[in-house]
Design a protein around this ligand. Sequence first.
Ligand SMILES: Nc1ncnc2c1ncn2[C@@H]1O[C@H](COP(=O)(O)OP(=O)(O)O)[C@@H](O)[C@H]1O
Ligand SMILES: [Mg+2]
Length: 430
Amino acid sequence: MIKHASQFAVAEDQVMPAAPADDDEHIAPAPRVSVQAFCETVETAAAVQAAGEDRHMAKAHVKIQMGGAAAAVEAYRNSPTPNVILIESDNRADEILTGLDRLAEVCDFGTRVIVIGRINDVNFYRELTRRGVSEYLIAPLGTIDVVRSVCGLFVSPHAKPVGRIIAVIGAKGGVGASTVAHNVAFAIARDLALDSVVTDLDLAFGTAGLDYNQDPPQGIADAVFSPDRIDTAFIDRLLSKCTDHLSLLAAPATLDRVCDFGADAFDAILDSLRSSIPCVVLDVPHLWSGWTKRLLLSADDILVVAGPDLANLRNAKNMVDHLRSARPNDHRPFYCLNQVGVPKRPEITPADFAKALEDPPLAVIPFEPQIFGTAANNGQMIAEVAAGHKTADMFRQLAQVLTGRSEAKRARGKLLMPLIARLTKRKGHK
Ligand SMILES: Nc1ncnc2c1ncn2[C@@H]1O[C@H](COP(=O)(O)OP(=O)(O)O)[C@@H](O)[C@H]1O
Ligand SMILES: [Mg+2]
């Protein structure tokens, strides 16, 4: 195992040159990951292109461009990185390593890097390993070499699970937790191009189907009430596609069955989703039961949505405190305020929340009955009914933070802020 602090997400034990193709080897299919290749030769570009069309990669989204590491650094300076980056380089070892160091500066958390080169040297492998490169392939490459290495990133017993689970829950009922969850998931899928699944856990009353204008015949109930059938293929059939990168595991929203589940009722469903989908957003109903608590505790990140009143403040604090002490080694739960600024309503300020919760809210979303009402009644997202609205931007920012994307880039963006502010100001004066 790699002991050094590595720069890229490491998937497997070691960097390995590609083994020769073997006719009857078994390659597990790649999950729904995004893959971007930066090639230097047409031969490699052709191999990657053919790999993207291979049946094992049917679920992956593969994009190819030329230009090697330099093009990758340029491409990701201001945009999030995909699940996998392939970099081809014809250069000398030291030049390749310098290129990778530059790439590391713009690489988001969780992105895995495969390097394709022509150098066959053990010290060079070692340097790549130290940098957290997941795999090194020696050109010229066959299609199957690319397929094997991309698919292999996600099957090793040491591989980190593909999926990140983000649980969203309200500090009170009706605060807009589901609305936030659905809009954030929409932004993750559309703006970050990460394949996402919204899981509606409010089986009796859930609104995800309504919000995305979907009425699928199957959904989460089919899985939770037949636990022995659960596997990735079965769960896959229960998903309904909302947009290019977004699917829904819908609630039936019927009352013929009651929902008092055992604490581990959703474990197998989440394991299955996590093994194949990069981002899973859980729309958790406002309940404190064995299974909701377990879902929250097992999520990678938590977002508590609160309204600006005293009961919300108390509940949000209780939830955040409880989850913090139960997950001492995790990032603390995030929270945001929603429906802020209802006319004539006395409200507790974001500053008071920040003081009580010892953390500022991730977002303060205004009360906007017109656009939120239109979106809800039309089965659309805020970004669809009011693309330029500031709340659409807030959902995009929440999406970035909750997926661990672009934090470094945002910090760098901040350095540029005063300059941009000055320039726009000057423009305004003219
Ligand atoms: N910022 C907002 N401004 C105005 N209305 C909102 C806002 N956020 C949510 N709503 C509305 O509040 C209602 C409750 O939202 P919902 O997401 O179902 O809450 P929860 O899941 O917390 O019970 C919905 O009608 C929704 O459209
Ligand atoms: Mg809800």
